[in-house]
Every structure is written in C-alpha cells, then in structure tokens.
Design a protein around this ligand. Structure first.
Ligand code: NAP
Length: 274
C-alpha cells in the first residue's frame, strides 16, 4: 500500500536525467577518481570524461579496472586504469605516477572510496573495525590529498572533491562508525579548504543521500527497508550514480570557481543538518 502511494508520487518527481551530456567544461583537465570501477565512482569518472577530462580509473581488483576502462574507452572516452587499494601506500604512489606518465599531470582529485564492514551499535564494535573504517574512509582521503599536492600545485585550476554521505549529517541507524567517519570528512573538507585556498586549490565535498548501488543495497532491498528509506526522501525515489557524477563535474569545473569548503547534499530532499 505504502509502496503504491510512493510509486505514484515518485512518478511526479521522476529522474529525468538527460543521457546526452552537452557541456565540455573539463577539456584539457586530468582527473583521478578512486574506487571508480562501479557505482558512484564509476559515474563520476564517466561524467568527468564525457566533459572532456582524461580520467585515471582505479579500484582494488584488476579485473574490475579492466572492465571499467574497456567500457568507457568503447564510448570514446579518454581513460586509463590502474589497481589502487586506497589503504596501500605503494598503490597510491603508483596511481599518481601512472597518472603523470599517462596524462602529464593532475587537476582534479576525487576521493570516493569507503567501507562499512559492520552493522550494529557503535559501542558493540571492535577497535579493529573502528581502525579499518577510519583508515579507508578518512585517513586514505587525507593521504591521497597530501600525496597529490606536488601534482595539484602545478595545475592552473586544481580541485579536490571528497565523497562523504548524508549519514555524515544524520547518522544512519546501526551504521554509526561509518556515519562518524563521514562527519569527519565534512570537517576535513572545511579545514583543508582554508589551508589550500591561497594555493588556489579548491576543496569541496558531496554528501549523497541513498543512491542505488551495491553498497546501499541493505537500505532498499527488502520492502521494509525500502519503505523506511522512502519515508525519509521527499522525492520518494532513490538517487542514481549519474546524479552524483553531474554534481562532481560541476564542482570540478570553473562554474564552481568561487566555491571552496562546501558540501553539496544530493539526497532528493532527505533532511540534513548537523
Ligand atoms: P559501490 O557501488 O559498492 O562501489 C564500490 C567501488 O569501490 C568499487 O569500484 C570497488 O571496486 C571500490 N573499492 C572498494 N573498496 C576499495 C578500496 N579500499 N580502495 C579502492 N577501491 C575500493 O559503492 P558506492 O555506493 O558507489 O559508494 C561510493 C562512495 O559513495 C562511498 O564513499 C560511499 O560511502 C559513498 N556513499 C554512497 C551512498 C549510497 O547510497 N550508495 C550514499 C552516501 C555516500 P573493487 O572491489 O575492485 O575495489
């Protein structure tokens, strides 16, 4: 019953996202997008490339990298790929080196990788889980930013985009540590944007709501979970990865040239405040 009503109202607020991208705002730029072989990262990489950027794709598994690169190259997009587990120093070093070798520099860094290995109350969790979530979601973002500086400082219009979450504003039940890590990214954005402003490096953040990917499956796969999610989303539908890609392209482009330290919530109207 609830689902029928939701579907009816969702029709009013349908996706209506044009599949043909007409702007070319990122011509001549080079981008790295981490965790970009699937989901939100893949869509961000695709959109940046559709707007003219050369994009380095990466994730942990070589087969995923190969598949993503082949798919995007078959659409005529300028992408290359390499394995990069963001928690591994050697992989990150290789990521920056390959980007420089393949594309000559770096203008846009998108830190998108995250994990959530546990569901349950924060204080029932272990130190190992806490460390894993913070290592990948927060520390790797810090390290990627730090290690990208020598390349970004040579760019004429450098920009960093961090992928946080609506959970950083309003914790998701039983995803407490993940939510805390995503709140930390909001502060990492603000703090580093102030430090890097005079170097001309803009740092912004995207806080997606519930986007239909593998990662968010537990939030919509059962009818009960789906109904609970819909009751919190004004537009009464899940977001698509491409709807995050388009916001990332805006933030990376000169259309956002006077924006730094900001987080854009892309959630179909889910309530968000700290
Ligand atoms: P997803 O569809 O599950 O995609 C995960 C991607 O990350 C895959 O390409 C995976 O490839 C890669 N990956 C996983 N661990 C990695 C690691 N340690 N290093 C490098 N790559 C890694 O996930 P998603 O939903 O797109 O999520 C992407 C980002 O959006 C995350 O930061 C997430 O917190 C955020 N977010 C998602 C939602 C949502 O509703 N989906 C909402 C808010 C925020 P391999 O397996 O080959 O590594």
């Amino acid at each position: 019953m609830l689902r029928t009503a939701i579907n009816q109202s969702a029709r009013k607020f349908g996706t209506n996202v044009s599949s043909s991208v007409k702007c070319n705002r990122l011509e001549g730029k080079v981008a790295i997008v981490t965790a970009s072989t699937e989901g939100i990262g893949f869509s961000i990489a695709k959109r940046l490339a559709q707007e003219g950027a050369k994009v380095m794709i990466s994730s942990r598994k070589e087969s995923n990298v190969k598949k993503a690169v082949e798919e995007l190259q078959s659409e005529g997009l300028q992408v290359a790929g390499t394995v990069c587990h963001v928690g591994k120093a050697e992989d990150r070093k290789n990521l920056f080196e390959k980007t420089k070798t393949n594309f000559g520099g770096l203008d846009i860094l998108v830190s998108n990788a995250a994990v959530n290995p546990v569901v349950g109350p924060v204080l029932d969790s272990t130190e190992e889980i806490w460390d894993k979530i913070f290592d990948i979601n927060v520390k790797s973002t810090f390290l990627l930013m730090k290690e990208s500086m020598s390349l970004l400082k040579c760019s004429k219009s450098p920009s960093i985009i961090i992928v946080s979450s609506i959970a950083g504003y309003q914790p998701f039940g039983l995803l407490g540590i993940y939510s805390i890590s995503k709140t930390a990214l909001l502060s990492l954005t603000k703090t580093t944007s102030e430090e890097l402003a005079l170097d001309g490096i803009r740092v912004n953040c995207i806080a997606p709501g519930i986007i239909k990917t593998k990662f968010s499956q537990p939030l919509y796969e059962s009818e009960e979970a789906n109904d609970a999610a819909m009751s919190r989303i004004s537009m009464r539908r899940l977001g698509t990865s491409d709807e995050i890609g388009s916001v990332a392209a805006f933030l990376a482009s000169s259309d956002a040239s006077y924006m730094t330290g900001e987080t854009i919530v892309v959630s179909g109207g889910m309530h968000a405040r700290l």
